[in-house]
Design a protein around this ligand. Structure first.
Ligand code: NAD
Length: 411
């Protein structure tokens, strides 16, 4: 299923509850602007290479557009478009004064040197600098990008528009970033897990968790959950899954990752399994925190976890979601579950505008506050309207965006 069709199906379910007419649905769904650019660079060995870069700006009725930049071989316009729409609903669910956008380049950063990635990133900004900006569209890290790429973006943008660190978030702390941004998405996933378990009358100590992905989101989620006394029994990365029923030795895995170019390949302290097997483990909690579309109609009937928290964006396709729902699986959706990252990004942007930096404790406190409010609101809507947490989150997000659109007027 195409990624944007999947997002639209979730949107439609909530729009039915809100009784939105077709014109309003089209207005809210169609992106404001889609940019596709050629990125031609010279590689380290002197040959010329050409890549395609995308930036989709979905909606700005609640504020400047905000969304990550993804480097992955499977990036295409349809995926970026769907992720941009998710950002619109996500920023509205957590009530940040932002709209939604997303960008991506179809490259595999692990197969490129850092200098090549830098040249590609800077060239991409050369091509799109006039459509982004602190009050227009603010990129951030996503899969395959991190603080270093964000620093290059800030620097390249400044060559055209002068010093303005608020043009991008997720920057290194020593370069106008905030402490706590890097951990924020995983920390947020962890905060939500604990809240959800408590509502479901489950104990962290009796919860075994499997996490797909051991990058920014997966690894920080694993750390938070093990500190909260959940037992993390499986994690994975692009090299496969690592399972230890008694609980993984996470500090050893972090060490291994650091020493092996960010990968778990070669780690011997756990049983090996495939990424597909990890999803079907007999655990109390499953957290897909890598790619989209990993739970489908085909494998959903074999998923055993009664609770799923979507660390990744769009990890469950609508038909899979339907099957899980029929099996009574409780799913905390991406547009709430992984909103910790954009929330901390918002704090970074605010601080850049004010030229004042908060400490880690304040960032964590405010993050907890924003996420807790959103969780309570989504939970209430799901009870009031007798809908899943996903539909409740969409109802909240679409309602806020729809109201802002109508209040702002469209002529
Ligand atoms: P990352 O690049 O830091 O990590 C991605 C992880 O997925 C790595 O462990 C990688 O090895 C693994 N992976 C890559 N290809 C895989 C494959 N084919 N099978 C299994 N694993 C694979 O990325 P991230 O920032 O942690 O993002 C992960 C997900 O979370 C994405 O869906 C992203 O959109 C979403 N997300 C990220 C943030 C953020 O702040 N970074 C915020 C919200 C949502």
């Amino acid at each position: 299923m195409r990624a944007f069709d999947a997002t639209q199906m979730y949107f439609d379910r909530a729009a039915d509850h809100l009784e939105l007419n077709d014109n309003m649905r089209r207005l809210l769904l169609i992106p404001k602007r889609e940019v596709q650019v050629q990125i031609a660079v010279e590689m380290d060995k002197g040959e010329l290479a050409t890549f395609i870069g995308y930036r989709v700006q979905h909606n700005n009725s609640r504020g400047p557009m905000k969304g990550g930049l993804r480097y992955h071989p499977q990036v295409d316009l349809d995926e970026v478009r769907s992720l941009a729409a998710l950002m619109t609903w996500k920023t509205a669910v957590v009530n940040l004064p932002y709209g939604g956008a997303k960008g991506g380049i179809a490259i595999d950063p692990l197969r490129l040197s850092r200098r090549e990635v830098e040249r590609i990133t800077r060239k991409f900004i050369d091509e799109i600098h006039d459509v982004i900006g602190p009050d227009r569209d603010i990129p951030a890290p996503d899969m395959g990008t991190g603080a270093e790429e964000m620093a290059w973006i800030m620097n390249q943008y400044s060559k055209y528009h002068g010093f303005n660190p608020a043009v991008v978030t997720g920057k290194p702390v020593e370069m106008f970033g905030v402490p706590g941004r890097e951990e924020a998405t995983g920390r947020g996933v962890g905060i939500f897990v604990i809240k959800l378990l408590s509502r479901l009358k489950r104990k962290p100590q009796e919860t075994r968790a499997a996490i797909q992905g051991f990058g920014n989101v997966g690894s920080h989620t694993a750390k938070f959950l093990s500190e909260a006394e959940c037992k993390v029994v499986a994690v994975s990365d692009v090299t496969g899954g690592y399972y230890r029923p008694e609980g993984l030795d996470l500090p050893a895995m972090f060490r291994h990752k650091r020493e092996h170019r960010g990968l778990l390949e070669g780690y011997t302290g756990a049983e090996r399994m495939t990424n597909a097997e990890l999803l079907e483990l007999d655990v109390e909690l499953l957290i897909p925190a890598a790619l989209g579309g990993v739970i489908t109609e085909e494998n959903a009937p074999r998923i055993k976890a009664p609770v799923i928290v979507e660390g990744a964006n769009a990890p469950i396709e609508p038909q899979g979601d339907q099957i899980l729902d029929e099996h009574g699986v409780v799913i905390l959706p991406d547009i709430l579950a992984n909103a910790g990252g954009v929330t901390a990004s918002y704090f970074e942007w605010v601080q850049n505008q004010q030229h004042y930096q908060w400490g880690l404790n304040r960032v964590r406190q405010e993050l907890d506050h924003v996420l807790s409010e959103a969780f309570e609101r989504v939970w209430e809507i799901s009870i009031e309207r007798k809908v899943t947490l996903r539909t409740a989150a969409y109802i909240l997000g679409i309602n806020r965006v729809g109201r802002a659109t109508v209040l702002g007027g469209i002529t």
